[in-house]
Design a binder for this molecule. Structure first.
Ligand SMILES: Cc1cc2nc3c(=O)[nH]c(=O)nc-3n(C[C@H](O)[C@H](O)[C@H](O)COP(=O)(O)OP(=O)(O)OC[C@H]3O[C@@H](n4cnc5c(N)ncnc54)[C@H](O)[C@@H]3O)c2cc1C
Length: 385
């Protein structure tokens, strides 16, 4: 079999198929395998999440990921990590990281490929890809490879400077597979002039609940010189589309009616002082300025306090864009799951053609979910060929 792409999905697929006795070649244009693994999780690779479940993934078919995720679980990957003696820890929210370096994960995958006799060929462009008489023929540099199965594992276009391309989509379309519009995801959002006040607070971070429709994430938000970032914003960015608003609960621990209660207990307090007690000073001042309720809260009408509370609980931003594929950790959209078998990842109408990993229209939340999808979909195809 021929696997295009030596990232997480391609390498795990190759090792799985190779160890089942299949002859496997992996082709990549990059000069090293697993480059995204190396930079992931701040160099420590957040390689899985123990809370993995299909509802933590975005896809036009929310059920598609269940089969592969159910058959290759975080525990399966963890068993591999343990077998290789790689030390790890849970950071937060079920996120598992290497204690040492992401290089250990790449070395582990390469060892597993070696154990399966996998041939990995790098540093040359993929040229012609042809299909006929039940065989796929792929040009890689000056060489031609032929096999009865071909796996598309070239990922999505996020972070082009690491060699990421939209190659998977072009190839899939040539085989008649549909592609769900790819968009940058897990990406900072940019703000326009209406929200300029907040752009001036660059560097300020606070825990919020970020909301988009019924979706909500409670994590840190960071104000940047271009707009909004931090885990809560990256998470919500995957759901956001141009023209839509997001809302931030700036005080997620405050119960309803807290300002009326504060008015009774501390009537001489001011809104800025109350906000400063709970938020970074610069943010507290900026919010208070916008709420424009001067003087002691004891002198403010309850309805003004209720209105301030409502705004603080759902501070609305209308981002004017994202920082794009250059900064996006992943891509939402991709090769349509409607054209793939959820069990094997094989194209329904092109026997022998498979698509795995980020190239497929399955995108995880921040926190190790995307690698778990890469491993699980790679294993599904590797067991099927
Ligand atoms: C900065 C950053 C940090 C991240 N951190 C995490 C994290 O901690 N946890 C997590 O779960 N996810 C993380 N992700 C997401 C995760 O890296 C991806 O979801 C995952 O790598 C996808 O694996 P893949 O094998 O499908 O694709 P990739 O890892 O992108 O591999 C694709 C391979 O195909 C090759 N390729 C691409 N185009 C071509 C072409 N035209 N010709 C030949 N070869 C080609 C590439 O060189 C690459 O080797 C992070 C992403 C980024 C960008």
């Amino acid at each position: 079999m021929i696997i295009l792409g030596a990232g997480g999905a391609g390498l795990l697929c190759a090792a799985t198929a190779g160890q089942r006795g299949r002859r496997v070649v992996v082709l990549d244009h990059a000069d090293a395998p697993g480059k995204k693994i190396l930079i992931s999780g701040g160099g420590r690779c957040n390689f899985t999440n123990i809370h993995t479940a299909a509802d933590r993934y975005l896809s036009a078919n929310p059920h598609f990921a269940k089969s592969a995720l159910g058959r290759y679980t975080p525990a399966d990957f963890l068993a591999l990590v343990d077998r290789h003696g790689i030390a790890w820890h849970e950071k937060t929210l079920g996120q598992l990281f290497c204690d040492g370096s992401a290089t250990h994960i790449v070395a582990m995958l390469l060892d597993e490929c070696t154990a399966g006799g996998v041939d990995i060929r790098l540093s040359a462009p993929i040229g012609a890809v042809e299909h006929g008489d039940g065989l796929f023929r792929v040009e890689h540099g000056a060489r031609m490879f032929t096999a009865p199965s071909l796996v598309i594992a070239t990922g999505g276009p996020s972070i082009p400077k690491l060699g990421a391309t939209g190659f998977a989509y072009d190839l899939a379309r040539r085989f008649g597979l549909k592609v769900v519009e790819p968009r940058p995801a897990l990406v900072p959002l940019t703000l326009g002039s209406a929200d300029l006040l907040f752009r001036e607070l660059s560097g300020v971070s606070t825990e919020v609940i970020a909301r988009h429709g019924k979706t909500a994430f409670r994590e840190a938000a960071l104000l940047t010189h271009r707009g909004l970032s931090g885990p809560a914003i990256l998470q919500i960015s995957s759901y956001w589309r141009h023209g839509e608003a997001i809302a931030l609960d700036m005080l997620p621990d405050q119960p309803e009616g807290w300002l009326r209660a504060a008015k009774r207990v501390r009537p001489r307090a001011t809104l800025p002082s109350l906000l400063r007690a709970q938020l970074p000073d610069r943010l507290a001042d900026a919010l208070a300025e916008r709420l424009a309720l001067p003087g002691d809260i004891g002198n403010l009408p309850d309805r003004s306090l209720d209105e301030a509370e409502r705004r603080l609980a759902a501070w609305t931003f209308a981002p004017n864009g994202t920082e794009g594929f250059a900064k996006a950790e992943v891509t939402v959209g991709g090769i349509s799951t409607a054209d793939l078998s959820s069990r094997t990842m094989e194209a329904r109408r092109v026997p022998g053609l498979y698509a795995i990993g980020e190239a497929v229209d399955v995108t995880g939340w921040l926190g190790g979910y995307n690698f778990q999808w890469a491993w699980a979909s790679g294993a599904a195809a590797g067991q099927a060929v």
